[in-house]
Design a binder for this molecule. Structure first.
Ligand code: LCS
Length: 393
């Protein structure tokens, strides 16, 4: 990193730069599967971990390293491990930090596949789990068991924007001998730094705000200390869910404008959320920046802004939501989130359709809920698009 890059935005631009022979301002794409050793002894030293040299791209690569170092600096962690997808990061955290006989307490309204992987597959290896409303500290406390070894929190949660108090969750987890792992995808490091609040591992689907351009799938984990980082890196290399150099180059390129994108999308989201809340067709709106959000004040303490994700339900329920999604013209009907373009989707039939209806209802994901990921288009155009979609011709 360049001397003098102390603030978040300077780190965004300058962290993770890797030296190369030609003085490239941007880290090149090291499109290679393997790296030549200087000698047999050097190869042996690399394998023994006695020197920092690169060996093989699944284990490490300068382009991937540049992204990892940048995210580690932003998250204030001791290092980071990039993965092929956000689910690769979730899988790595579960497998690296849990074993048969352990118990996990997790946020009930997490991204569907994070829950399905735990309840449907890790359970088969003897890992038990309890899904609780972690925005309620008593519910989280009651869910803990003596054998709880991980508290897995998604905050803000997908798609309900529930906020878990990370400082309190870290205290609860640590007092119980458990690690706190936080999926911070909805916030991005620009709005929230879980490690500074006591979390042990923070992970992201970089597919979303970190890359920000809807053109790459990827994930990353950052760890509080070197022993956790080593466990995560070892599991990532064993499961083979590594990022590739071209993917890392694109993500690092997108990441540099995170602050600018987030500021603009968040300002527009605030306007859209207030507008939606005042519409007669709308039953309720869940946006962290609205005083009506149940954890509005906690979010204001824990995050530096409310972000760009909105969930809402129309009074006409599912049918009205479907009609809205079919009638928007500027917003795109698609899953994923966190890009420069506004996306609209229906969690019950799309992102969270794999979660059983009963569990979905318990987690508060109603059938009429519509999720909006606000991009950086003109706020006036987005409001007009929603207006024409809401009002019958
Ligand atoms: N964690 C969160 C909070 C997510 O929203 C997602 C994906 C993942 C992890 C997994 O990341 P991936 O493997 O897709 O990079 N969320 C999606 C969503 O809400 N719509 O489409 C994907």
């Amino acid at each position: 990193m360049k001397a003098g890059a102390r603030g978040f935005d300077s780190k965004l631009v300058h962290s993770g730069a890797q030296d190369d022979a030609h003085g490239s301002v941007v880290t090149p794409i090291y499109q290679t599967s393997t790296f030549a050793f200087e000698s047999a002894a050097h190869g042996a030293e690399c394998f023994a971990g006695k020197t920092d040299g690169y060996i093989y791209t699944r284990l490490g690569n300068p382009t991937i390293r540049a992204l990892e170092d940048c995210v580690a600096a932003l998250e204030e962690g001791c290092g980071a491990v990039a993965t092929s997808s956000g689910m690769g990061a979730v899988t790595t955290a579960y497998l690296a930090l849990l074993k048969g006989g352990d118990h996990v307490v997790s946020t009930a309204s997490v991204y569907g596949p994070s829950r399905i992987l735990m309840e449907g597959h890790l359970a088969g290896f003897g890992v038990a789990s309890t899904y609780a409303d972690t925005s309620d500290l008593d519910a989280m406390r009651h869910a803990l068991r003596p054998e709880t070894r991980m508290v897995y929190v998604e905050t803000p949660s997908n798609p309900l924007m529930q906020i878990t108090d990370l400082f309190a969750a870290a205290e609860l987890a640590h007092a119980n001998g458990a690690l706190l792992v936080v999926d911070s995808t909805f916030a991005s490091p620009y709005l929230q730094r879980p490690l500074a609040l006591g979390a042990d591992v923070v992970l992201h689907s970089v597919t979303k705000f970190i890359n920000g351009h809807a053109d790459v799938v990827g994930g990353i984990l950052a760890a509080r200390d070197a022993s956790l980082l080593q466990k995560l890196r070892k599991m990532m290399t064993l499961t083979g869910c590594n990022m590739d150099p071209h993917q890392a180059f694109l993500v690092h390129r997108g990441l540099k404008t995170l602050s600018l994108r987030m500021e603009r999308a968040q300002a527009t989201a605030g306007r859209v959320a207030h507008w939606l809340e005042a519409r007669p067709e709308v039953d309720w709106v869940r946006y962290i920046g609205l005083p009506s959000h149940p954890q509005h004040e906690l979010a204001a303490r824990q995050m530096s802004g409310p972000g760009a994700m909105i969930s809402f339900e129309l009074k006409g329920g599912l049918a009205a939501g479907e009609s809205l999604m079919n009638r928007v013209k500027l917003a795109t009907l698609a899953v994923s989130l966190g890009g420069v373009e506004t996306l609209i989707e229906h969690p019950a039939s799309m992102t969270h359709s794999g979660v059983a209806p009963k569990e979905r209802a318990q987690a508060g994901i109603s059938d009429g809920l519509v999720r909006l990921s606000v991009g950086i288009e003109d706020a006036d155009d987005l409001v007009e698009d929603l207006r024409q979609a809401l009002e019958p011709a």
